[in-house]
Design a protein around this ligand. Structure first.
Ligand code: ATP
Ligand code: MG
Length: 561
């Protein structure tokens, strides 16, 4: 799969279809797409694939793209979700100020269309309950049976439907169904329900309606009413297309072309709003924007940029066949992006104190440090060197094995941008644990080079103890233990595969003082440790950082040519 590393520039099948339609002058060569989420949860990276596809198409073909809330189910929908979806789409970089629509604004029009179908003898009010409706529908191998209410007269249907609308019947006691064919090989065509009775308040229309349109009745109409040309959706809607077409043909209204593509699946995570909602409700994660979540808000909080996500979407492209993408590919795109953009700083997340015995007590030496070797314009900053420092505990070993080149008793190493230091003594507590190192430094090596040309085998990051900022660092690992969290033993659900080590919190970490200037949402590289994003939980006393990604790129390593 090596070729997948570079973005695909060739025409995919969706762009192929659109190009043909423009050339043939279909719909006057207009291109109008849409992204139609149901506001019943926060968006995930799968939705980002769909958003970026639809909005990119509009951009590339000088067309338009609508953000349309498919808000036809009052029970599960909330304004919180509407607002988060708007925020996410904007954050992904798309201008939607003039293109936000709501299916609920078409309720009256949909009702009028339903009346039209009743009048044409194409829809009827049915008294079968949901259980009976299911039985009458038949199966993949057996045809369905006609409902005993199928032959009601047009007048009777009009009267009953109006009474349904006026709230004269109880929830579930009646439905409006399309009169198509109970023996149709496609089960979706066997007299599907168009309206159900539901006395529930809607987040926008309030109590105006107590009948609500079913998804399959509403969806095609919404596209038609907005003049959508290419209705792009995921493969599971392929066998619903004949039904959308049927409704639109009966009503003789604008007819968009539905095009199906394979949904995004990724390893080590789940991509269903229902499952993500369960994680949130059962407090298995810390909210929708927990940085371990595959949600757009979670990824934003973790430090992924919208550019990295767009690059990822371009890299995976669109196809007709289902596949599962390695999560490491997304991280590869994130690292690529951050490597160019993130400033480098030094931070120690598992501190071990170092005292430089021959360094004056109150002296602070401000050393030059490069902000980003990948970006000359990022400039440089000053890093304070003092008598007491912190290094990473893992960078010292009292009895180093052969291949360990970092600090050890009697050994000299380079402190990045600083000096050569040599470990002269080790301080231990009663338990025999190393709690402090005594070192000496060579004043001649300021900036990191010895005038006599002598070499050291390791360069380590460090932070001044007196001139530092306190931080809490949150280290994230895969949310699930297994590549496919949905694969479970009988009687279990996907939560059985949650990784109990997906979050590791390190308190009492120390960062160089330049970190005080970092704002929540900004991502930096802690040298040698990874990319970290400043979290909104930061306070004046203590900064909080989320690990965005480690430095090691497993994807690039495995897929190197
Ligand atoms: P989920 O399956 O996660 O609950 P959904 O499909 O029910 O999501 P919708 O709000 O209906 O959520 O989705 C809005 C749009 O996003 C639809 O056009 C749908 O096809 C698309 N979409 C949803 N999941 C994915 C995915 N994993 N990859 C690509 N597109 C997706
Ligand atoms: Mg859906």
């Amino acid at each position: 799969m090596t070729e997948n590393i570079e973005p695909k520039r060739s025409l995919d099948f969706v762009r192929g279809i659109i190009t043909e339609d423009i050339e043939s002058g279909k719909w006057d060569s207009r291109v109008h797409t849409r992204f139609p989420p149901e506001p019943n949860g926060y968006l995930h990276i799968g939705h980002a694939k769909s958003i970026n596809l639809n909005f990119s198409l509009a951009q590339e073909f000088s067309g338009k793209c609508n953000l349309r809330f498919d808000d036809t189910n009052p029970v599960k929908e909330e304004d919180e979700y509407v607002n988060s979806i708007i925020e996410d789409v904007k954050w992904l970089g798309w201008d939607i100020d003039d293109s936000i629509f709501y299916a609920s604004d078409y309720f009256q029009q949909m009702y009028d269309y339903a009346i039209e179908l009743i009048k044409a003898g194409k829809a009827y009010v049915c008294d079968l309950g949901s259980e009976e409706t299911r039985k009458y529908r038949g199966s993949l191998t057996a045809p369905g049976q006609n409902s005993p209410y199928r032959n009601r007269t047009v007048d009777e249907n009009l009267e009953l439907f109006e009474k349904m609308k006026n709230g004269e019947f109880a929830d579930g006691s009646k439905t409006l169904k399309a009169k198509i064919d109970m023996a149709h090989p496609n089960i979706n065509m066997r007299d599907p329900v168009m309206y159900r009775i539901l006395h529930a308040s809607h987040h926008r229309s309030g109590d105006k309606w107590c009948i609500y349109p079913m998804y399959d009745w509403a969806h095609g109409l919404e596209d038609s009413l907005e003049g959508i040309t290419h209705s792009i959706c995921t493969l599971e809607f392929e066998n619903h297309r004949p039904l959308y077409d049927w409704f639109i043909d009966q009503l003789n209204i604008h007819h968009p072309q539905q095009i199906e593509f394979a949904r995004l699946n990724m390893t080590y995570t789940v991509m269903s709003k229902r499952k993500l909602l369960k994680l949130v409700q059962d407090k298995l994660v810390n909210g929708w924007d927990d940085p371990r979540m595959p949600t757009i808000s979670g990824m934003r909080r973790r430090g992924y940029s919208s550019e990295a996500i767009l690059d990822f979407c371009k890299t995976i492209g669109v196809a007709k066949t289902e596949s599962t993408i390695d999560f490491a590919l997304l991280e590869h795109c994130v690292r690529n992006d951050l490597n160019k953009k993130a400033n480098r700083v030094m931070g120690v997340i598992d501190p071990l104190k170092v005292v430089i015995e021959n360094y004056p007590e109150d002296q602070v030496d401000w050393l030059d440090a490069i902000n980003n070797p990948e970006d000359a314009e990022a400039g440089s900053r000053k890093v304070p060197f003092t008598r007491e420092l912190y290094i990473e505990r893992g960078d010292f070993m009292e009895e180093p094995p052969k291949k360990f080149f970092r600090l050890a008793p009697g050994r000299e190493v380079r402190l990045r941008y600083g000096y050569f230091v040599t470990c002269t003594d080790v301080v231990k507590n009663e338990k025999g644990e190393v709690i402090e190192l005594i070192c000496s430094y060579d004043p001649e090596t300021r900036g990191g080079n010895a005038p006599d040309g002598r070499r050291v085998k390791a360069t380590m990051h460090w932070v001044s103890a007196s001139e530092s900022v306190l931080a809490e660092i949150r280290l994230y690992n895969n949310l699930f233990n297994t590549e496919n969290p949905d694969k479970v033993e009988e009687g279990q659900d996907f939560t059985a595969n949650l990784n109990s080590d997906s979050l590791e919190v390190r308190i009492n970490c120390f960062l160089e003082p330049a970190c005080k200037e970092i704002e929540p949402g900004q991502t930096v590289q802690f040298e040698r440790l990874g990319y970290f994003c400043c979290d909104k939980d930061s306070t004046a006393e203590e900064l909080v950082f989320n690990r965005t990604a480690t430095l090691k790129d497993t994807w690039a390593k495995i897929n190197k040519k």
